[in-house]
Write a protein that binds this ligand. Structure first.
Ligand SMILES: *Cc1c(COP(=O)(O)O)cnc(C)c1O
Length: 382
């Protein structure tokens, strides 16, 4: 019944964990879910208020513009200038998205012909792979190794792959490894993309979630980046707005125009009331973001300290709300955690072969629940 390309999609390993989790809950187990990359914190009240107000205004009830309302694009440009020191022309260098996943899922359609290579980090956010497969491109997995600071080594990419590659996906601060971009790495990426005529798509979903004074840069702040790159960004993780479906693609105008042309044919833009709420988030007080980082930092410290006390070697991340930890067998670890402790963690292999041998903890549950998860892990002999 299904098209051939459906068979090419990687097996959805998380489905097995989901099933096991549902079974545990049915059995009455109080499951602690440290698997989900979805903040448990609420959207700031002033943003919710603005949505309510805007939803009542009939002016917002029509088809939105494809590229996003001018006021939203101006708010994004102002936010990029103030936050990253990156100047953007709101009319050509900003595009509204239904979340960054929308941009990531559609960008290969504009640049990848059947059989072309796409360079995808492994482990990585799974949509880089699946969007490549939908465009009938070839996925080239770039391993992210601890000894390289979880960045790809461009010299290791075979010449024919590099020459045939159309898109390079990057994501720092990184999901799932929680790594941040080392000094000079973005410059190396721009040079590599220039040399091989590759479009860089940088995913900056976690730029605002950081600790210990670290501030993540925009890829577009890199010299020459505006010539070769776009950046996907989103309000999801910054303002606890995962369910609202709003984000933005920014950067090189020709690349954005290609993505925009695809999207014109598949969706009809973001609800204007949601764009109004997003303007309130980007332009309003940012103390809610500072507070969210404090909350995650306390959870991070509790988890990392607790894991170390249990004998694990683990580093506190500088950014993202994940902790990435090496284990012997990630599927066995995740299965035993759920079976014997009622705690969900994500096996690294679910993010690609490069994630094998790791598990990901999400800091999207309270410190008390994290403490309880650690207590349940005691004595398991994991
Ligand atoms: C959460 C996430 C996204 C998608 O977020 P949207 O809600 O679609 O904006 C994109 N990339 C990474 C790495 C993520 O973790």
């Amino acid at each position: 019944m299904y098209a051939e390309r459906m068979g090419k999609l990687p097996p959805y390993l998380f489905a097995r964990i989901d099933e096991l989790k549902a079974k545990k809950i049915r059995e009455g187990v109080d499951v602690i879910d440290l698997g989900v990359g979805d903040p448990d914190l609420a959207t700031p009240p002033h943003v919710v208020e603005e949505l309510c107000r805007a939803a009542r205004d009939p002016a917002n009830h029509h088809y939105p513009s494809y590229t996003g309302m001018p006021e939203f694009r101006q708010a994004v440009a102002r936010w990029y200038r103030d936050r990253f020191g990156v100047g953007l022309d709101p009319s050509t260098e900003v595009l509204a998205l239904m979340g960054s996943k929308d941009g990531i899922a559609h960008v290969p359609e504009a640049f990848v012909d059947p059989g072309n290579c796409v360079l995808v980090p492994s482990p990585g956010y799974p949509v880089y792979q699946t969007s490549t497969l939908f465009a009938e491109g070839r996925v080239y997995e770039m391993p992210l190794r601890a000894e390289n600071g979880f960045v790809p080594v461009f010299e290791d990419i075979p010449g024919d792959v590099a020459n045939d590659a159309r898109i390079l996906f990057l994501n720092y601060p990184n999901n799932p490894t929680a790594a941040v971009a080392p000094h000079g790495f973005f410059e190396t990426a721009v040079e590599f993309a220039r040399e091989h005529d590759i479009v860089i798509v940088h995913d900056n979903a976690y730029s605002e979630i950081s600790y210990d004074g670290y501030r993540a840069p925009s890829f577009l702040g890199t010299e020459g980046a505006m010539d070769v790159a776009i950046e996907m960004h989103s309000l999801s993780k910054t303002f606890n707005m995962t369910g609202w479906r709003i984000g933005m693609a920014v950067g090189n105008r020709e690349i954005l125009a290609g993505l925009g042309r695809v999207k014109t044919n598949v969706d009809s833009g973001v609800f204007d009331a949601v764009q109004r709420a997003a303007i309130a988030a980007l332009s309003g007080p940012q103390d809610c973001v500072v507070q969210a980082c404090r909350t995650y930092q306390e959870r991070r410290d509790t988890l990392v300290e607790g894991l170390r006390a249990l004998g694990f070697q683990v580093e506190p991340p500088k950014a993202t709300f994940y902790v990435w930890m090496a284990v012997d067998d990630c599927m066995a670890f995740a299965t035993r955690m759920l079976d014997e402790a009622g705690v969900v963690v994500t096996p690294g292999i679910g993010f690609g072969s490069g994630g094998n041998g790791y598990v990901r903890f999400a800091l999207t549950r309270s410190t008390d629940r994290i403490r309880e998860a650690l207590e349940r892990m005691e004595g398991l002999g994991l």
